[in-house]
Design a protein. Structure first.
Length: 201
């Protein structure tokens, strides 16, 4: 968009008309978002918490602190998500302590309480159709399959068993939608799940 401003200058009896032209660049259109609460004493792992529709969307970092993307719910902790919440995943930034894409690790419990008219949506940082224009680029970059790496459910210590309950949830633009380890067997429940625009699942 081009804007013109005019002013008149009187000098030596001659009137000069000066015209200045400049381009107005679009303002930052990024929508507001929330972060998940972390425990600094456990390398930034997520603490027990409830994600609410009032504070949605939430954005999970592609890189966090010295442990990089430690997007983990540890055994003994529970991540609960209300109906209508959108969770987006930032692009992954490779570093020494992590590998693969941005993902959510569940070693504890994940409870997703979506509803028929208000599902919980897990999606790409670039998905402006859910939670608004979070990256603030005006829709220039479009989401793609594989933008984030998925939800992983497993245990890294014998005798600790994760649990997952996903009800009315949508997983979009992921590499591998949902991967379950043997330790989660018999401790999962799913209904009304939708997988869309993913590489696998």
């Amino acid at each position: 968009m081009t804007s013109f401003s005019f002013f008149r200058e009187q000098k030596l009896g001659v009137v000069f008309l000066a015209v200045f032209t400049f381009v107005l660049f679009p303002f930052d259109t990024a929508s507001a978002f929330s972060r998940l609460a972390r425990d600094p004493n456990r390398h930034g792992a997520f603490i027990t918490q409830t994600l609410t529709k009032a504070n949605s969307p939430y954005v999970i970092e592609g890189t966090f602190g010295i442990e990089c993307a430690n997007n983990t719910v540890l055994f003994g902790d529970t991540l609960t998500i209300e109906a209508g919440v959108v969770v987006k995943f930032e692009p992954f930034q490779p570093c020494a302590f992590s590998f693969g894409g941005t993902k959510l690790w569940i070693y504890g419990s994940l409870v997703v309480n979506g509803a028929e008219q208000e599902p919980v949506i897990f999606t790409s940082y670039y998905d402006d159709t859910a939670g608004g224009d979070t990256d603030g680029d005006g829709g220039i970059r479009l989401p793609q399959p594989g933008d984030w790496d998925g939800i992983r459910v497993d245990s890294f210590q014998q005798g600790q068993f994760p649990s997952v309950a996903l009800h009315h949830a949508t997983i979009r633009y992921v590499d591998k939608g949902l991967a379950m380890g043997a330790s989660a067997e018999g401790r999962t429940s799913f209904d009304h799940m939708e997988f869309a625009h993913n590489n696998v699942g």
